[in-house]
Ligand binder design. Structure first.
Ligand SMILES: [Zn+2]
Ligand SMILES: [Zn+2]
Length: 444
C-alpha cells in the first residue's frame, strides 16, 4: 500500500434510516445547484427511494433521489433529534450543528440518510473535542489525535481499496462466533456514533485544547512498514491490552499485540487460575485510577454514568440473566446451569464462552458478542470470571460476574494514556507504548 500524501475527505453518516429529518440551514445554502435555502426545512421519505424537501409551511420544494446542500459562505446546518449512543446505556437524542456539506440520500425502503462531507482534520477536531473535555491533559489529546487519525486513514484505505472485509464465519448450531466490522456502512465512510467514533459536529467544539492538539499533530500518522496503522482504542484495558485476533479476525497485527499497561511486566493470562488471580486483584497499572478529576476530564459527562471500570462486578439473579440472554441472543437456553470460559486472551478477555442451560448448550464469541448477550446494554468487557451461587439441588440462584476493563482492549487504553500524560510522558511515547513497533510519520 502506498501511504497517502494529501488530506482526505470523509463522509460521515450522521443519521441513518429516519423517515423524517428536521433541519435548519444557518446561513445560505445551495441545494442541488439550484435551490437557495436558509432557515428551517423538513426532509421526508417519498416512496421506496426518493426524498422530498419541504419548507416550514409544508410546501414541497423538491423531490428526487439525493439532495446535496453546499454552504455558500461559512454556513452551518443543524440536524434535530439525532440519536447518539445507539443501543448503549447512554442512548439519547440531541440537536447537532455541523460544518460543511450536507448530503441527504435514501436507504431504499428504509428512510433517509444524512451525510456530512468534511475534511479529515476538521472531522478529527470535532471527534476529539466531543470525546474529551478542554481540561484533558494536552499530551493525551495529542496521542488521541494521532491514534484517531491513523485509525481513520487505515479505514479509508481499506474501504476504498477493497470491496469489503473478510467474510465472517458462518454460525453453527453449536457455536456462534461473531465480530463486528463496519460492513453496514455502504453509503458513507464512518458513522457518527460510538460504533466508529462519536461525532457531534461543531456543537461540542468549545474545547480549544482539543482542536489545538489536532492542529499540533496535523498530518501525523502511526505507520508500520508501508502501512498506516489500524490504531484501535477503547476506555480501559484493565492492566494489559489484548491482541487483535481475539476481538476480530484471525490475523496477526504486529503493533496490536498484548502489552503491560505499566512501567513493568505484568503477567499474561494463560488459564483460568491466571484469570482469577488477575481479575480478582487490582494490580497497579496506568489505567488503575479512580482520580475523579482526571476521569471527568477525559470522559464526556454521559460516560460518567459508569465509574468503576478498572475492576467491576455485575450481579444477576438466575432468572434475570436467563431473560437477558434470551432477549439478546434470541435463543432459549431453559434453566441456566453454567457459564464456562473456554478461551481467553492475554488480557483475560474471553474469546469463547460456553453457555449451558437445561435445553441448550452453545459456545458464543468473540468478545463483543459475549458482552452483548450477557447484558441489557453491553457488558463493560469480556474479561470476567463467574461466581455461581447455587441453591437447592445445585440449581444456580445467582451469577456474579467479576470483571476488568472497559472495551475490547486492543490498542490505546484511553484512561491509561491520560494517566501517562499526567506523569510526564509525551504523546509520541504514549502511542508507541500502546502500538509497539509502530513509528510516526508526517504524511501531509
Ligand atoms: Zn460506524
Ligand atoms: Zn490500561
Amino acid at each position: 500500500m502506498a501511504l497517502i500524501n494529501e488530506e482526505p475527505w470523509i463522509r460521515v453518516g450522521v443519521i441513518d434510516s429516519y423517515p423524517v429529518v428536521a433541519l435548519e440551514f444557518r446561513g445560505d445554502y445551495t441545494v442541488n445547484g439550484i435551490l437557495s435555502c436558509s432557515g428551517s426545512y423538513t426532509a421526508r421519505e417519498e416512496g421506496e427511494d426518493k426524498i422530498s424537501l419541504l419548507d416550514s409551511h409544508g410546501g414541497v420544494l423538491w423531490t428526487g433521489k439525493e439532495l446535496s446542500c453546499l454552504p455558500r459562505a461559512a454556513g452551518v446546518f443543524l440536524l434535530k433529534g439525532v440519536t447518539i449512543g445507539v443501543h448503549f446505556h447512554w442512548e439519547r437524542r440531541e440537536d447537532q450543528v455541523f460544518e460543511g456539506t450536507l448530503i441527504l440520500m435514501r436507504r431504499p425502503g428504509k428512510g433517509i440518510i444524512a451525510i456530512n462531507k468534511i475534511t479529515l482534520e476538521t472531522y478529527l477536531s470535532s471527534v476529539i473535542s466531543s470525546e474529551m473535555s478542554a481540561e484533558a491533559p494536552v499530551e493525551f489529546l495529542k496521542a488521541h489525535a494521532i491514534t484517531s487519525r491513523s485509525w481513520l486513514g487505515a479505514m479509508l484505505h481499506r474501504m476504498r481499496a477493497e470491496a469489503g472485509e473478510a467474510p465472517l464465519p458462518q454460525p453453527s448450531a453449536e457455536e456462534i462466533i461473531r465480530w463486528y466490522t463496519r460492513e453496514d456502512h455502504d453509503l458513507y465512510d464512518v458513522c457518527a456514533d460510538d460504533h466508529c467514533q462519536r461525532y457531534q459536529g461543531v456543537t461540542k467544539m468549545i474545547a480549544d485544547t482539543a482542536s489545538e492538539a489536532v492542529r499540533a499533530t496535523r498530518g501525523v500518522f502511526l505507520v508500520h512498514g508501508d502501512e498506516i496503522c489500524d490504531a484501535r482504542f477503547y476506555k480501559a484495558c484493565g492492566g494489559r491490552t489484548e491482541e487483535f485476533r481475539n476481538a476480530w479476525e484471525e490475523r496477526d497485527v504486529p503493533y496490536l499485540r498484548s502489552i503491560s499497561d505499566a512501567d513493568r511486566d505484568l503477567p499474561q493470562v494463560r488459564d483460568e487460575a491466571d484469570a482469577r488471580g488477575w481479575i480478582l486483584s487490582r494490580p497497579d497499572a496506568y489505567c488503575n485510577t479512580s482520580d475523579p478529576q482526571l476521569l471527568e476530564n477525559i470522559l464526556p459527562s454521559f460516560d460518567r454514568e459508569t465509574t468503576d471500570f478498572y475492576r467491576w462486578r455485575v450481579d444477576y439473579a438466575r432468572e434475570e440473566l436467563e431473560s437477558v440472554i434470551r432477549s439478546k441472543s434470541g435463543i432459549d437456553f431453559g434453566t441456566l446451569r453454567e457459564l464456562i470460559p473456554l478461551t481467553r486472551g492475554p488480557s483475560g478477555r474471553l474469546v469463547r464462552l460456553r453457555i449451558v442451560g437445561s435445553s441448550r448448550s452453545i459456545v458464543v464469541g468473540k468478545e463483543l458478542e459475549i458482552r452483548r448477550w450477557l447484558s441489557p446494554s453491553h457488558l463493560y468487557s469480556s474479561a470476567f470470571v463467574v461466581e455461581t451461587r447455587r441453591g437447592a439441588e445445585g440449581i444456580p440462584d445467582r451469577f456474579i460476574l467479576h470483571g476488568a476493563g472497559w472495551g475490547h482492549g486492543v490498542g490505546l487504553c484511553q484512561i491509561g494514556a491520560a494517566v501517562m500524560s499526567t506523569r510526564g510522558f509525551s504523546a509520541d511515547r504514549i502511542v508507541t507504548h500502546y502500538f509497539p513497533g509502530a513509528s510516526l510519520a508526517h504524511l501531509y
